[in-house]
Design a protein around this ligand. Structure first.
Ligand code: URA
Length: 214
């Protein structure tokens, strides 16, 4: 498991702004900070991908270089995942993309909930590297359900799961249910609250990026 904020870097600054209620009043800055965090985490995941040696012609000679053997498939859960996903797409600019629409079924405060899927699109995943991108890893239920639904499109060679902020409960859930996946996290917070939101977290990432829903 990789945790970006274990070492000091500008990623802390982006996360601090993402959490700050004063800065959150600017949705464009919120989206852009999620995107910037996505770019940094994409770079970290890139260190685990496979590269081929190539010879590249420069105007002045030939350079021995490396290039990605295969672009990953970037999969995102709508709608909060979109700005984070864009950060990954900025780095893996030739990536194919998969999208999952997932929402929590109506539930009363403090009760458990199910995840309903209402949209799914994906390229063939057979033999590919899948990067599952979700800014908030809370219970892990929507990630697991999305992952299982995506496997209908083929079995990837390897899967990386990336979150900006994770709760220990969600991490334990994914470790048990998806042990084949490698985890990449911005930060790990204290716990979930009675509504399954991450504390301290940052609130509702979808609402902060795109406005409140009915
Ligand atoms: N989704 C969010 O946007 N925030 C949380 O804290 C948990 C899930």
């Amino acid at each position: 498991m990789f945790i970006l904020t274990e070492k000091p870097s500008v990623a802390h600054h982006f996360l601090t702004e993402l959490r700050d209620v004063a800065v959150q009043r600017d949705p464009m800055r919120f989206r852009r900070n999620l995107e910037r965090l996505g770019e940094i985490l994409a770079y970290e995941v890139s260190k685990a991908l496979i590269y081929s040696q190539v010879l590249v012609e420069t105007p002045l000679g030939t350079s021995k270089s490396l290039q990605l053997q295969q672009s990953p498939v970037l999969a995102t859960i709508l709608r909060a995942g979109l700005p984070f996903h864009q950060g990954f797409l900025n780095v893996f600019d030739r990536a194919e993309c998969a999208f999952v629409g997932a929402y929590r079924s109506a539930h009363h405060e403090g009760e458990t909930f199910e995840i309903e899927l209402n949209y799914l699109s994906s390229p063939d995943l057979t033999g590919k590297t899948l990067i599952l991108i979700d800014p908030m890893l809370a219970t892990g239920k929507s990630l697991e359900k999305s992952y299982r639904a995506l496997l209908r499109f083929g079995i990837p060679d390897r899967t990386h799961v990336v979150a900006a902020i994770a709760a220990p409960e969600g991490l334990a859930y994914l470790r048990e249910r998806m042990p084949e996946c490698r985890l990449w996290l911005g930060a790990v917070d204290a716990q979930l609250d009675h509504n399954y939101y991450i504390v301290p977290g940052l609130g509702d990432a979808g609402d902060l990026a795109f406005g409140p829903k009915l």
